[in-house]
Design a protein around this ligand. Structure first.
Ligand code: ARG
Length: 462
């Protein structure tokens, strides 16, 4: 067991139970490279401020880089009795370079150190999330491109409502993803303030240059309040929220994929490579990947609630409770990244079953609104048109027929306003193409929106 850097005022060794209970290096070792990056910026600033000699700074920088290489190659051994990643690296540095290593922590506390490391980590991970979102968005737009002419029953209450182009349906997800992408960018903008130099909570008497370290770490500026610097975890919460909202969107799509690929629907066929079988039922091909995206959403929401709750009653400034912030954020971001990848594969690989869709479009009187709108165009008040169409539907339900079974004369039995053109109005294609209002599902509109979507994906800066 190595001697703790803070052991000066202690008369007893830490109990091994407490060591196991308080250690965080099993989790925060993932911050190692960011910790080294922060320490390099800090050491360079200490040199510029005259707090380190040239020789000391050189030794520190070399030592830190060497430790970084060892961590990368997997030869560095993290010791849980040294609590966290910060003390593991600092103790090792001193072991390697001697006295100079002991000066690195001048004008710094683990409280501002961990705040820097975690911000850098979250900033990098959110950049990865944005890149994955962009890839997924491109896949969604591509699938939409292939299916402008594929018409599906649009649903409300999971009941047939009005026909829509499948491209239009997919582009609804595209809009959610654009917002997710922008939201992650907004989160990074607010995150990008440097806490380094806040020290324990009150700042430091040493002549440090916080603007220099902020710039070196590519933060926009140093934070204006040292207490906020060490006690703020909004950036972690915002990242957890971004993850939760992305998962909610993915989960809705996953749910549709599960339903649409089920036998009663059979609208889509999933790629075998993205499905799994049953150990007992030989015929089974289950949409497990989509189900797990849906299932993992709960855990990602849970992480957000865990963080909010962990923070809610903490007095300023740093409290050890805050060590519990890393696992949920790391897990949420890992999950979201994997789910984005899985959903990209699912969307790319799914095939549409046109016959099943055509069959489905015949059920549920999906063009009933078009029949009512037709009557309105012929001068019938909408409420009256609604009632007449309802009566037609009701009589077809009792006879077991569909609009397609009716001739224009059959329609005229319900209202004189019907002309011969009614039989084309009830076709799903014409229903779709008549909805030319801005943002509506007419194929002409959808094609314009697709061009727009392509350009939007291209312009996303990750
Ligand atoms: N491992 C700690 C954390 O993650 C680092 C900060 C510890 N500071 C302290 N005063 N004990 O929060």
């Amino acid at each position: 067991m190595k001697k703790k850097p803070w052991s000066g005022r202690f008369g007893q060794e830490t109990s091994s139970l407490v060591e196991r209970f308080t250690e965080s290096v099993s989790i925060d070792r993932r911050l190692a490279f960011h910790d080294i990056e922060g320490s390099i910026a800090h050491a360079e600033m200490l040199l510029a401020a005259g707090l380190l000699s040239e020789q000391e700074a050189c030794a520190i920088l070399e030592g830190l880089k060497e430790i970084g290489r060892d961590i990368e190659s997997g030869t560095f051994v993290f010791d849980p009795s040294l609590e966290d990643v910060h003390m593991n690296i600092e103790v090792e540095l001193t072991k390697r370079i001697g006295e100079a290593g002991k000066k690195l922590h001048t004008a710094r506390s683990r409280n501002d150190q961990v705040a820097v490391d975690f911000r850098l980590f979250v900033r990098d991970r959110l950049a990865e999330v944005r890149a994955s979102l962009k890839t997924f968005m491109a896949a969604v737009v591509q699938k939409a491109e292939d299916h402008v002419d594929t018409i599906i029953p649009g649903m409300t209450h999971l009941q047939h409502a009005q026909p829509v182009s499948l491209a239009h349906h997919l582009l609804a997800y595209f809009e959610m993803l654009v917002r997710d992408f922008e939201r992650a960018g907004d989160a990074v903008r607010r995150l990008n303030v440097s806490p380094l130099g806040s020290a324990a909570l009150a700042g430091t008497p040493h002549p440090i240059d916080r603007f220099m370290t902020a710039a070196a770490l590519k933060f926009d500026e140093p934070g204006r309040n040292s207490i906020d610097g060490v006690s703020d975890r909004d950036f972690a919460l915002e990242a957890a929220f971004c993850a939760a909202l992305i998962m909610m969107h993915l989960s809705r799509l996953a749910e549709e994929i599960v339903i649409w690929s089920s036998q009663p629907f059979s609208w889509i066929v999933l790629p075998d490579a993205f499905c799994t079988g049953s150990s007992i039922m030989p015929q089974k091909k289950n949409p497990d990947a989509a189900e797990l995206v849906r299932g993992k959403t709960g855990g990602v929401y849970g992480n957000l609630v865990a963080l909010l709750t962990m923070m809610k009653a903490l007095p300023l400034a740093y409290n050890r409770d805050m060590q519990e912030d890393k696992a949920p954020v790391m897990e949420s971001l890992d999950t979201v990244l994997m789910c984005l990848e899985v959903m990209t594969g699912l969307v790319q690989g799914l095939q549409v079953n046109r016959e099943a869709l055509e069959r489905s479009l015949k059920a549920g009187f999906i063009t009933a609104t078009d029949v009512a709108d037709y009557l309105v165009e012929k001068g019938v008040p909408f409420r009256e048109a609604h009632r007449i169409t309802g009566e037609i539907v009701s009589s077809l339900v009792s006879e077991g027929g569909t609009f397609e079974d009716m001739s224009s004369e059959d329609f005229r039995k319900f209202s004189d306003a019907f002309g011969p053109d009614i039989v084309s109005v009830i076709r799903p294609e014409s229903s779709v193409d008549r909805r030319r209002s801005y943002g509506g599902t007419a194929r002409k509109n959808v094609k314009t929106m697709l061009e727009d979507a392509h350009a939007r994906v291209e312009s996303l800066d990750v």
